[in-house]
Design a protein. Structure first.
Length: 260
């Protein structure tokens, strides 16, 4: 294994950063300072030190996390609970979240220490699809759906239109007709609505990652989102047996599904 890869996968830093550390002379292999990032080492036998401390090889990790509403996607926060607070008994050194979900949004969030994996998912040119389930106040007719599918303006004049999306309406009607089908705990804004308030649920699939994009897209066609849950990234679907606030390792086949 290359020395820079070993260090990056041991949570010392990104591939770019560890190359700098190596060239600066901060890394030793079997007691000898090495300044060539591409040197091959044996991760099972060679002793690698960074600033005179032995580096323990951790390897790549990939987590599926079922994010609950009410926590923020961040490492630390002085006020709010973060997604990392749910990993109390797990070593998260070098692990970061892949993208983010809003504080009030639930669902599938991936965490890893693999920068290349994150790049393949998040880079705009990769167009990895992400599907969200929503409940919203309002209605969606064919013209609205066509706008969402073809691309819609969600910002100021200089912001380009969204890329084509996929929309599937699940339920629609008046609140009084659908309230018994709305079984989501944290929806509070619907319960106080007028019985004749139109509501709609559905699935929106996008291949971008702009701030509040799903909410802004639906708002642009007259719908106010009151519940949002990400259910899939690429070919990977959230494991619904995973309780909110829980996580597990991805399987090898699931890692590949994300990139399908």
């Amino acid at each position: 294994m290359r020395l820079d890869k070993f260090l990056a996968e041991s949570a010392i830093g990104s591939r770019k950063k560890v190359r700098e550390y190596i060239k600066e002379g901060s890394v030793k292999v079997n007691g000898e300072v090495i300044t060539e990032p591409a040197i091959e080492i044996n991760e099972n036998f060679d002793v690698v030190e960074y600033i005179n401390e032995i580096v323990v090889y951790t390897g790549k990790v990939y987590y599926m996390f079922h994010k609950p509403a009410g926590c923020i996607t961040a490492k630390t926060d002085a006020v709010n609970k973060t997604v990392f607070d749910f990993f109390d008994n797990t070593s998260m050194k070098g692990v970061f979240h892949v993208g983010r979900l809003d504080k009030d949004t639930e669902g599938l969030l991936l965490l890893t220490n693999d920068g290349e994996f994150e790049h393949k998912i998040m880079h705009p040119k990769k167009h990895v699809e992400k599907t969200y389930f929503f409940w919203a106040l309002g209605s969606l007719d064919e013209a609205d759906k066509n706008q969402l599918e073809q691309g819609i303006c969600i910002g100021q004049d200089k912001e380009i239109m969204t890329k084509p999306a996929k929309i599937e309406v699940d339920k629609f009607g008046m609140y009084k007709e659908l309230k018994h089908k709305i079984t989501i705990d944290n929806i509070t804004s619907i319960a106080s609505m007028h019985p004749n308030q139109p509501v709609v649920s559905g699935y929106l699939t996008i291949s971008e990652g702009r701030k509040h994009q799903v909410k802004r897209m639906l708002k642009a066609v007259g719908c106010y989102v009151v519940y949002l849950k990400r259910i899939s990234i690429g070919g990977l679907t959230l494991d619904e047996t995973l309780e909110k606030g829980s996580h597990r390792h991805l399987t090898e086949s699931e890692i590949l599904k994300v990139l399908e």
